[in-house]
Design a protein around this ligand. Structure first.
Ligand code: FRU
Length: 490
């Protein structure tokens, strides 16, 4: 019985386990920062994840710290995530952790910012060099528009974190682009001066303000992202400024006239998740995806802003929907657990009751077999025996009564009449009458004698003789012993 209960439990637990479909694959996401651009990327990832219910995301943010990011990647390695997505803070410093993950057999998608070497599974990110070239193009357009002035054309570059690939490549693209475009007949030189904004708006404001304390206003400002462009605009109002990213805060700043333009820099979290799913499911994927960039000026910014707002609203609705669905799922799972628990308890109780009843029945059957049945047999035998005894008693009485007046009625004679040996006769007569054959014969004679005395006119002597008593005295003695009083004739 215990085995049945245990098997039922195991079966139910198995069924419960089967029906609760948990995501199979855990994706670790290591984000270097948590600004608007990265939040957009996160949203895009989550939206795409809806198409892959077998995957779940676990996100950790390093808040601009290389050490923290490496530690977070190492913890993902320890947890044996099924795939790792890394957007590294600074390329060289974070590369060792990326390599460790890759060498540990975890597929790694490097997103947005590259790391040196090729120990990663896939890369998806924007063309930072081209972004730099777009900056150079815009700078040169401005330079041309200013015309021939002898003083140099000063470009203030507000750079991102120096060790990060976007900062390096955007700078490189811009410098090389400017170099290539120089010598177009314009006399004065283009002079690029750089300050470090490290990607943050407040930093950019501070470094540009500090710069302006010792320098005149530059001709243009080029910031490596829109947030720093906005910071720079707060410090150096009136200077034409270009940023990078082309999403909400930057687009709004263009529409508001704070900055002049931006270069788009796609985050494409959706593409990253799609690639992750392909890698996990061993489907073909593109190893190196470089995303396009384009200049956004006031004409493009207005519709883009509208679109961006709509997308943000969609994403928020989606997020809300997701949260609601999750809470419904949680409720459903809770209800299911309750139901299953209730089922298990009911089945267990049923099995216990059934076990108890069956055990009792078995016990009862054994009792009947071992105790009641033998007793019944005894009773039956006893009944049969008593039937035989009654028949024998009849035959005995008959044989004795038929020969009460016969002098020859002896134990031997009676035995021969009843076809029994002396011992058999003695035993059976004793059983049915409680006395020996001679005593029984005497009893029957005394009873007949008593009848005769009361129903006939015979005298005591006559009756004693008739019933073969040796003398009337002996008859009287026996009579008194049996009836308790002396015999009397009528
Ligand atoms: C956000 C960000 C963007 C920039 C990108 C480059 O963290 O600074 O503004 O374009 O990173 O990786």
């Amino acid at each position: 019985m215990r085995n049945i209960i245990i098997s039922t439990f195991v079966l139910l637990l198995f069924l419960t386990g089967c029906s609760t479909r948990q995501p199979q694959y855990r994706i670790g996401v290591s984000q270097c920062l948590d600004d608007a651009w990265r939040q957009k990327m996160n949203y895009e990832m989550e939206r795409e994840l809806l198409l892959h219910p077998d995957m779940t995301l676990s996100r950790r943010i390093a808040y601009g710290s290389n050490e923290l990011q490496c530690a977070q990647i190492d913890s993902f390695i320890k947890e044996r995530v099924d795939l790792l997505i890394v957007s590294p803070n600074e390329a060289k410093q974070v590369q060792p952790a990326v390599t460790r993950a890759y060498r540990a057999g975890i597929p790694v998608i490097v997103a947005d910012r590259r790391v040196p070497g090729d120990e990663w599974t896939a890369f998806i990110g924007g063309d930072n060099y081209k972004v730099g070239r777009l900056m150079a193009h815009w700078v040169m357009e401005k330079w041309k528009k200013r015309g021939t002035v002898s003083k140099p054309f000063v470009v203030l570059e507000v750079a991102g974190l120096p060790g990060s690939t976007p900062a390096t490549l955007r700078h490189k693209g811009m410098i090389e682009g400017i170099e290539e475009a120089k010598g177009e007949g314009l006399e004065a030189k283009v002079e690029v001066q750089s300050v470090m904004g490290r990607w943050y708006q407040e930093n950019a404001y501070e470094v540009v303000s500090a710069y302006l304390e010792t320098h005149p206003l530059p001709d243009v400002i080029v910031a490596h992202n829109d947030l720093m462009a906005i910071g720079a605009a707060e410090a150096a109002g009136g200077v034409p400024i270009m940023g990078v990213d082309g999403i909400h805060p930057g687009l709004q700043a263009i529409v508001d006239g704070k900055i002049e333009c931006s270069a788009t820099y796609s985050s494409r979290g959706d593409m990253i998740i799609d690639a992750a799913a392909r890698i996990i499911h061993k489907e073909p994927y593109v190893r190196d995806t470089v995303l396009e960039t384009a200049l956004v000026d006031i004409t493009a910014a207005k519709p883009m802003l509208k679109q961006d707002e709509a997308i943000t609203r969609d994403l928020e609705t989606l997020h809300l929907f997701q949260t609601q669905t999750e809470s419904k799922w949680r409720q459903l799972r809770y209800d299911k657990t309750l139901l299953i628990t209730w089922l298990i308890v009911s089945i267990a109780l049923f099995l216990l009751a059934a076990g108890y009843i069956i055990a009792n029945q078995v016990k009862l059957q054994q009792e009947i077999k071992q105790e009641i049945l033998p007793q019944l047999v005894d009773v039956q035998e006893a009944i049969q025996l008593s039937h035989r005894d009654v028949a024998f008693a009849d035959r005995l009485k008959q044989a004795v009564d038929d020969h009460l007046t016969d002098q020859n009625l002896s134990v031997e004679y009676l035995g021969s009449m009843l076809q029994l040996s002396r011992t058999q006769l003695f035993r059976r007569v004793k059983t049915v009458t409680g006395k020996g054959p001679l005593d029984y014969i005497r009893e029957r004679r005394l009873i007949r004698a008593d009848q005769l005395l009361h129903t006939t006119d015979m005298t005591i002597q006559q009756v004693a003789l008739e019933l073969c008593f040796s003398s009337p005295g002996y008859f009287t003695k026996c009579y008194k012993e049996y009836f308790g009083h002396l015999p009397s004739a009528r």
